[in-house]
Ligand binder design. Structure first.
Ligand code: ME8
Length: 506
């Protein structure tokens, strides 16, 4: 199996915030999980640079747009590493390889007769980088950015989106899981059913962008330029190789609901026109809010995700974001809740389990773990997540995957309380029983470490090391009785040490 996942490419008019980290982490969790299943994976993220708002910020700073982008892109390049994400390629829309591909793509659409010249007269929201109709405004303002759009009149080129209405409806008819969750597919479909208007695919008024091959005095509309990244990257990410055939048919786009129409309507139509297959699947997640407001650069209401990572570590943030909201739905995140879950779920449920278990093995068995069969409750629970978690992942239900794994973590803690290894240890005649109980617990925690590794890569490795188990993360190992006999197990340091609630970040 092949699995190619993308994040939106982010605007460089500002620096990354937790909302961007959210999608990038989700993509990384998915990709790591699929690698565990033995899939051949590719993970793409990057930056969208040819926006008018980028040119404007550059001008405010007295820099040429490219000069400005070259500086700020370093913050974006640093994002994946700070949150322990491992993209295979980082695309910038200012890459020469991308620009050449965009020109080729647009030429194909042009040659297909889907582009015509016209006059655009109307409103444009620079925040959305989108043309707006009166009907989309609330009190004359863009509801997303809370600013009045600008009036534009210019001669430019239009894409015949209206000609694709029926083909798009057929696509949604034939592939009920083209867009997930289903309520998002319905949203896209009803937008299509209302009737599609042709849209402008070029801008005459601003020079920052990719010149149209047939009219180089105009640049490609930033959204068209940006969407093509998902395809263009495959053409030059690996020198001397074209990955388009290998990965394009397997692409899954991750995005939030703010950019649903561009991805679920405009993009498949552009691909059909240029003669490429439409994406395999799009997953549209909700917004993360703080105090019920969208965390957004334009509203000046921003949590700096890198700050939370400095305090709690990347693993804790990777975990918490899929607890704050059921992945897919909107949800509210707060530093207080992160702190509380860090202490209760990561520190107590998972961290203490490892500390207790390694202390017991060290104290009563001199750090040795013998081979012993596992059956019964713990083994069943482990076999259960071996089946259940991949099914959750196949539905992008990252929160459900965490729920399943956490049931086992809690079950293991209950098992410690019920079996009371420290009591068994008092009675020499129960030595075999103690061996069996310690093995069951260690084996269960080992399987949990493998299962949780896509969310908590660093913690997972620490647990396996503490239990003196191989670092192999193959999904087959999320099964009972796979713990290897081991020696030298010592009482482990806390996985999630106590932290003072940071006041600055709250
Ligand atoms: O739209 N909650 O870039 P962008 C959840 N350049 N996700 C959030 C979020 C929040 N509060 N804030 C941001 C663009 N995101 C275009 C995309 S793609 C061809 C071009 C995430 O910098 C989420 O994935 O505004 C959202 O769709 C994306 O960042 C928007 O990033």
């Amino acid at each position: 199996m092949r699995f190619y996942v993308t994040t939106p490419i982010y605007y460089v008019n500002s620096t990354p915030h937790i909302g961007h980290a959210y999608t990038t982490i989700a993509a990384d969790v998915l990709v790591r999980h699929h690698r565990q299943r033995g899939d051949e994976t590719f993970f793409l993220t990057g930056t969208d640079e040819h926006a008018s708002k980028v040119a404007r910020v550059a001008e405010e700073q007295g820099l040429a747009p490219k000069e400005y982008a070259d500086q700020i892109v370093e913050h974006w390049r640093a994002l994946p590493e700070r949150i322990d994400a491992q993209p295979d390629f980082f695309i910038r829309t200012t890459d020469e390889g991308h620009k050449a591909f965009v020109q080729d793509f647009l030429q194909r659409v042009y040659d297909n007769g889907d582009i015509y010249e016209g006059t655009y007269e109307g409103l444009y929201c620079v925040g959305c980088e989108a043309f707006k109709t009166e009907a989309e405004l609330v009190d004359g303002k863009c509801p997303e950015h809370e600013v009045e759009p600008e009036y534009i009149r210019e001669q430019n080129y239009f894409f015949r989106l209206s000609a694709y209405q029926n083909r798009l409806l057929e696509l949604y008819e034939q592939r009920p899981d083209f867009v997930v969750p289903t309520f998002r597919a319905n949203e896209a479909r009803s937008f299509i059913e209302q009737g599609l208007q042709d849209f402008s695919i070029s801008r005459a008024g601003q020079p920052w962008g990719v010149p149209l091959p047939w009219a180089p005095d105009q640049v490609a509309y930033v959204w068209v330029d940006a969407l093509i990244n998902y395809l263009s990257a495959l053409s030059y990410a690996r020198e001397g190789e074209n990955l388009v055939e290998r990965y394009w048919p397997e692409v899954r786009h991750l995005l939030a609901k703010d950019i649903l129409r561009f991805h679920c309507v405009f993009w498949p139509a552009l691909l059909l026109s240029a003669g490429y297959p439409v994406p395999k699947q799009l997953f549209v997640h909700g917004y993360l809010t703080i105090d019920q407001r969208k965390i957004s650069k334009s509203l000046g209401n921003v949590i700096e995700p890198l700050d939370l990572v400095d305090v709690y570590g990347a693993d804790a943030l990777r975990y918490y974001l899929f607890r704050a909201a059921r992945f897919g739905q909107d949800g509210n995140a707060s530093v207080e809740e992160l702190h509380e879950r860090y202490e209760r779920e990561l520190g107590n449920d998972l961290g203490n389990l490892l500390s207790r278990l390694t202390a017991l093995i060290s104290k009563f068995r001199d750090g040795k773990l013998g081979a012993s069969g596992g059956s019964g409750e713990v083994a069943e629970a482990v076999a259960g997540i071996g089946r259940e978690v991949p099914a959750r992942f196949d539905e992008y239900d990252l929160t459900g995957a965490l729920d399943s794994i956490w049931d086992v973590v809690r079950g293991l803690n209950r098992h410690v309380e019920q079996t009371k290894p420290w009591e068994i240890a008092k009675d020499e005649s129960r030595a075999d029983e103690l061996d069996r109980v310690l093995y069951e617990l260690a084996d269960g925690l080992r399987a949990v470490a493998v299962a949780i590794s896509s969310f908590l890569p660093e913690t997972s490795a620490r647990i396996l090391t503490a239990l003196r188990q191989p670092a192999d993360l193959a999904w087959e190992l999320v099964a009972p009785s796979r713990a290897q006999p081991a020696e030298g197990i010592a009482a482990a340091d806390p996985l999630f040490p106590r932290i003072d609630l940071p006041t600055a970040a709250a």
